[in-house]
Write a protein that binds this ligand. Structure first.
Ligand SMILES: [Zn+2]
Length: 73
């Protein structure tokens, strides 16, 4: 018996969704709501994104900002 809703949402899909890069299909979104493992993963990815953003700011590395000051050469 196949039940596609039992498949966990891939971490990369969660990451993309949290970055606003891709919308999750309704089925995967519903899965996250009912799956503690995926919900926890989504929370952890969100925390990681916050840490990354803070680290970039601390080191004066822009994160796709319009006023990014790139002087590589
Ligand atoms: Zn899951």
């Amino acid at each position: 018996m196949r039940n596609e809703t039992t498949a966990h949402v891939p971490a990369i899909r969660l990451w993309q969704a949290l970055c606003g890069g891709a919308e999750l299909p309704t089925r995967q979104y519903q899965h996250i709501i009912h799956c503690i493992a995926c919900e926890t993963l989504a929370t952890q990815i969100g925390d990681a994104l916050d840490d990354i953003e803070e680290a970039l700011r601390r080191n004066n590395i822009g994160m796709g900002g319009s006023n990014a000051d790139l002087r590589l050469n």
